[in-house]
Design a protein around this ligand. Structure first.
Ligand SMILES: [Zn+2]
Length: 191
């Protein structure tokens, strides 16, 4: 899914969780966790492509890039790094390990980190084998789900319609809940 949709879904779902649990979760932190998996994998690739273009020399033929299948892609060092980072950041086991480590460091669950889990769970059904299927079981298993590619126009339209609906739903839910968990004079504990 594109990074804006990831950010919007993370904010909506974590806000929903916060309302459900009646616990304050800092949404912008959850959103940062929610986009981090792609920033630390595709972001690296984008930065590398831009630098290649700016400094010439190793400039890449974008059409060739589009046409490449993962097997060929992984013969190029930068793609090997990207693939490793993609595996690392899109694994539920890596997420769980970090969540537990942070739990012991901060002596409480960092609920904003669930944005990371939301990212992985969203990616599983929205990536097909054609483009970076989600390696959510890495490194235990190589198995990946062959989902629907999020890049198709009909899917994007449906996705953003669903996002708008989710925000309308949250707006109503938030008003109805009357925010009893956040009395104005009480210092809030941010997670
Ligand atoms: Zn992703």
């Amino acid at each position: 899914m594109d990074i804006f949709a990831h950010a919007l879904w993370t904010a909506a779902l974590i806000k929903g969780l916060s309302l459900q649990l009646k616990r304050k979760i800092t949404i912008w932190k959850a959103v940062l966790w929610g986009i981090a998996p792609d920033v630390f994998s595709f972001g690296l690739l984008t930065a590398w492509l831009i630098l290649s273009l700016v400094f010439g020399g190793t400039a890449m033929d974008f059409q060739q890039f589009e046409a490449m299948e993962p097997a060929q892609r992984d013969t190029i060092p930068v793609f090997q790094i990207v693939s490793f980072m993609y595996n690392f950041t899109h694994s539920i086991f890596v997420f769980a390990a970090f969540f537990i480590i942070f739990y012991f460091i901060f002596r409480r669950p960092l609920l904003a980190m669930l944005g990371w889990l939301v990212h992985i769970l969203i990616d599983i059904p929205t990536h097909s084998y054609k483009f970076y299927p989600t390696p959510f079981l890495w490194p235990i298993s190589e198995w990946k789900f062959n989902g629907i590619s999020w890049g198709q126009p009909w899917f994007m339209a449906l996705n953003y319609t669903a996002i708008v609906s989710a925000y309308l739903f949250l707006y109503v839910w938030n008003r109805k809940s009357g925010k009893p968990e956040n009395p104005p004079n009480q210092k809030k504990k941010h997670i």
